[in-house]
Design a protein around this ligand. Sequence first.
Ligand code: BES
Ligand code: ZN
Length: 869
Amino acid sequence: MNIAANPVVEADQTVYLKDYQKPSFLVNSVDLNIQVFAEHTRVTAKLDMQRQTAGDLVLLGRDLTLESVRLNGTELSSEAYQLDAEQLVISNAPDQALIETVVLIHPESNTQLEGLYQAAADLFVTQNEPEGFRKITFYPDRPDVLSVFTTRVEADKKFPVLLANGNLIEKGEAGEGRHYAIWQDPTKKPAYLFACVVGDLAVLKDSYVTSEGRNVALEIYAEQKDIPKCHIAMQALKHSMRWDEEHYGLPYDLDNYMIVATSAFNMGAMENKGLNIFNTSCVLADEEFTTDAAIMRVQSVIAHEYFHNWTGNRITCRDWFQLCLKEGLTVFRDQSFSEDLQSAAVQRIDDVAVLKAHQFPEDSGPLSHPPRPDHFVEINNFYTATVYEKGAEINRMMATLLGKEKFRAGTDEYFKRHDGQAVTVEDWVAALTAGSGVDLSAFLTWYNQPGTPKLEAKGEYNADAQTYTLSLKQTLKAHPKYPNLKAVPIPVALALFDAATGEQLSLNSEDLFENGVKDGVYLFDTDAAHITFTGVAAQPVVSLLRNFSAPVNLEFDYSDAELAFLLQYETNGFNQWQASQTLLENILLKDQPAEIYIQAMLDTLPKVVAQDPLLASRLFDVPSEGYLGSRIDTDYNPSLIQEKRNALLDTLARAFAAQAKEMYLALDPSAQSEFSQAMGTRALKNILLTMIARQGDEDAFTLAEQQFKHSRNMSERLGALKVLVWNDAPQAEKALIDFYLRFKDEALSMDQWFMIQAAHPKASAETIQYLTEHPDYDLGVPNRIRAVSGGLNSNPVNTWSFGVQHFIDLAKYLDEKNPIVGSRLLQVLSRWYTLAEPQRSEVQAQLEALKPQVKSKNVVETLNTMLSV
Ligand code: BES
Ligand code: ZN
């Protein structure tokens, strides 16, 4: 019997957290036999199940052709069970049930990239989080059912690589040119962590000895030509393994760790136990083919998936509402790891920039939800910036408040209590509380309610009393679905500076939280509060929310002069950057003059460039048009923002003209021995080159052409190519052709080639049409779609004109072919309701018109929620 894909969404498909019930049956062990053939795959599953509570025996399954089902050795007739598009139910099953099913599936035609799918002519891989395993076989596919998996994989010998989780225990001939391998994973795990791989891949091998003396074989599988690009990932893996031992006391627990790279992957990477599967974009790293940003990303994603081994795999989620338990914690861990790899200030800047550019807007619009949602239709729609990024911030706040030692005591307690279990956010906070001895239960409010709190602060200096008093107030915008919003605990890291000398003052205050953290942190956990600092000899300059100590919108009435002061004297690099950003926003959105920013930059730059060139490059960040737009909630006019921003870029290019060229010529990345310093120098040079070109210097194109021709480094090459292409330089066309000819067989480099052209500031509908009709454009490869769509979306004027139909057409096409990616791309339009009329109504009508044309839960839920403003 064949079961339809994409069943029509009915009214009551919403799942609620409050309805959670334990599974009636657990699985002691599971034996899988996966036989891959050219035209189908046969999956035999033996489940040793045991009753836990009263109720039916429920096996979830989707798009499976059932050949047979046996219960305790006896084949069941079709009257003995109920089967529909989602599940196979056996009522009155005995307490001990050995279930044996045989199904046929079709990985060779699976375009959704979920379950088992053919990723390339010579590669089959799985992606089972969150609910893909039910597309492989009938199973209680929920994270609170943990089992021991034994997997036999069988395929034609033209696929020499046969992998699954755990240890290889046997391999051999299977006749007719076929072979098999049997793998056993000793650790109990939920089905979403199951993986298998069948293919023809090369491998890079290394090894690692854990703190416990375990010798772990490390293997990264990729196409032969890409093996030289796997060394950075391998180093990052070993570094992550050491880092987790040193920072959390967590050693690796198996004898092997495998990573498989594929270019057909919906997400970045997946933490399957002992057998991670990665998007090539998150493994392959090489200065010649990938940018510095991509190299940093590879290292952080490798760390992220490795860290899941404890936060996610050994301790997993009870249900998918708890997703931020594993993702928020693991993102916080990978961010901390990355702070050790490069300028910590810049890592924080980049993480906060992502939070503000994606999570804040998400949280202020129709897709807003708590980091732990309380209902969903399609869980794939909840791998959001809020779950990941805000989830990470909640953990960071608790860590900041506790300080290193107490936080470690808390995490130790968590691993001790819950190893081998599927738990909740409450369990995590309770363990941290018990281990640290500090009651953190108030932080649960952060997990349970949506919205970005507004933190209003006012400072008042009293010269007679020599006191400085800070008044704080927190508010949340009313939310129709969450009427009882409460105040949240906000750790406010702060410092006072002597306005005359720039020196940081030592803080005397009754209310300051003492926790051994170097900077003062005040825990603000009520609606309103005052803190008074004593012994302050003159009006100080206050720096608030240092290092972005809480995910809130800070409102403080800084003068431009105070911001310029912080840009120069703040010792926290993040707040230095924040000051530059606030100054630039004031110029852009409040029409303030640019001179103060320019002068502060000229004063500050020489010192910063010498110490941290990457930070220096970030101080030039002019907030993107997209970010500026996301700060506007009504009557948003993308063209107006573009005009203002362009005018500012012109002003800055003129102001820095004299220095820019001189600095550009003086900076030499190859003179830097450390990667992070060289990366910083490259970033700074590229910004300077952009400014030289913008200011109309005739040499700019020659310099860009030289840089493009002579560098073998992708960041330098692309920086130069951007300047040529985006300014329509006479050399642009030839450079694009050169790049194409050199990199046409390198998919990740070609993604950049597509991206640059789609992101041309004057890109038109024809530009996008040329790219999407290019022979190398491929709707089956999410990376390529994202390259063009992401490039297009870097110009909001385009997004909100011809881009609307582009994204709607993609959602419509992908609704059936790949609904996970379709739903994500549609979200680009989620702030349609902020547009000025008549655009607002036009886009609304286009979105309404899409409604009857889509069927998948993913796209339907996203569209409905987007339209429900
Ligand atoms: N567990 C996720 C991968 C995943 C997410 C699979 C959603 C299926 C559905 C993985 O650990 C992850 O979070 N990956 C991120 C990258 C990470 C560095 C934040 C990703 O894929 O974008
Ligand atoms: Zn993750």
